[in-house]
Design a protein around this ligand. Structure first.
Ligand code: DGT
Ligand code: MG
Length: 390
């Protein structure tokens, strides 16, 4: 058949960290369906299926053109039977019946609403659903005991479920930089997470702080937090030691300076003036952004627009010796990070974490002071943040 000869099959390496994935997704309809099914699997305690759908979506995100026929996908990695059925359905019918049915299902809708509350995980949401609580009003009426995080999450539900813009991220950055400069001159603040990858919006704003002299970063987090609090910028904060995945990852965790590596989950109260400031700061380099519907959305009982919005902000402190690992580990995307660790373990017999890289064959840690060096240790071509959007 002529068509099959003309349309060339795509090809791509199998680990997302071997690929360049920009935000320019030519297969959004397909990847939206697969991502929704991934999310549903994750909300149903089926992480294995979730990862399979995420990997399939990531392969399609990296393709240079829209997929028009299944034959083009022959030989592509990470496309299992289930993902291929979803893709076939979308190509033939314009939508995935499974994704559509999931979207409409009462269970999925309830899990989305409840886990959309900051501080509420899948386990808690499931318990509530079993007791017949499927929405915010029911939750409030039920008088369930909520912890401090959940109470803050419920109070600021609307703001926290409205995407954070780049202008707002810039405004938060200005505040965090002022705090850091006030409490530890010489310390550095770096924007990480999705905004570092060039995303236009995010669910939160993530920052990494360090000091060029090893050890000087000790005690930085509590000082920054109390400065922010004293200036009225914090609606909620909880500071913890970082323990994400490290336990599972084996030895990629130098115990000596672990106690200096801290994380703060917070909710910022971002004043309207600061948000405008952030917009002006960005306008120097960029086109003006369309006005957000924020003012209209935040009417408080006839009192007019609320002069601030709540924004989720994550702060991380790393000693300079671990900075490159922390930077790489916190820039994301989540799938890109997962794939980096899988590559390190399966292909290189190394353990990678956001603290260190351990070579199991040489039984030693490999030092790095830049992300480029870590990619080189891993035998990977360097992928800049804007191309880690797997
Ligand atoms: P979003 O949803 O727009 O905020 O998108 P991201 O990519 O900023 O996602 P986010 O904020 O959940 O996390 C930022 C990156 O940091 C993510 O890609 C993976 C990483 N990450 C998230 N949580 C942890 C953690 O607890 N420990 C470590 N080491 N990394 C984390
Ligand atoms: Mg983020």
């Amino acid at each position: 058949q002529m068509n099959e000869v003309e349309v060339e099959a795509f090809s791509t390496p199998s680990y997302a960290c071997q690929r360049r994935t920009t935000l320019d997704n030519h297969n959004a309809v397909l990847t939206d369906a697969l991502s929704l099914l991934a999310e549903n699997a994750e909300l149903s305690d089926e992480d294995g299926r979730g990862v399979a759908f995420r990997r399939a979506a990531a392969v399609l995100k990296s393709l240079p053109e829209p997929v028009t026929g299944l034959t083009q996908l022959r030989g592509l990695p990470c496309l299992g039977g289930h993902s291929l059925r979803v893709i076939k359905d979308v190509l033939e019918n314009g939508a995935s019946s499974e994704a559509e049915a999931t979207k409409q299902s009462e269970r999925f809708k309830a899990l989305k609403v409840l886990t959309g509350i900051f501080g509420v995980g899948v386990k808690t949401a499931e318990r509530w659903i079993r007791d017949g609580i499927v929405g915010l009003q029911q939750l409030q009426l039920s008088e369930r005991p909520l912890n401090r995080a959940q109470r803050a999450g419920l109070r600021h539900y609307e703001d926290l479920n409205r995407p954070v813009t780049r202008a707002e991220a810039a405004a938060v950055a200005a505040v965090v930089e002022e705090a850091v400069a006030a409490v530890l001159p010489g310390a550095r603040t770096t924007l990480i997470g999705g905004f570092r990858r060039g995303k236009l919006t995010g669910h939160d704003v993530d920052f990494l702080m360090t000091h060029p002299e090893e050890g000087r970063e000790a005690g930085l987090m509590p000082k920054v937090v109390s400065w922010l609090d004293s200036q009225g910028f914090l609606l909620y904060q909880k500071t913890t030691r970082n323990s994400y995945l490290e336990a599972k990852d084996g030895p990629a965790r130098p115990p000596s300076n672990m106690d200096r590596f801290e994380r703060c989950y917070s909710i910022f109260k971002l004043p309207e003036e600061a948000r405008r400031g952030g917009e002006e700061a960005r306008r120097g380099a960029e086109e003006a952004e369309p006005c957000s519907g924020a003012a209209a959305a935040s009417q408080v009982k006839g009192e007019g627009p609320k002069p601030w919005r709540a924004v989720r902000v994550d702060l991380v402190v790393s000693p300079i010796s671990q900075f490159a690992f922390a930077l790489l580990g916190w820039t994301g995307s989540k799938l890109f990070e997962r794939e980096l660790r899988r590559w390190a373990g399966h292909e290189k017999a190394m353990s990678l974490s956001s603290h260190a890289l351990y070579d199991n064959k040489q039984s030693r840690y490999l030092r790095a002071s830049s992300e480029e060096e870590i990619f080189a240790h891993l035998g990977l071509e360097y992928v800049p943040p804007s191309e880690r959007n797997a």
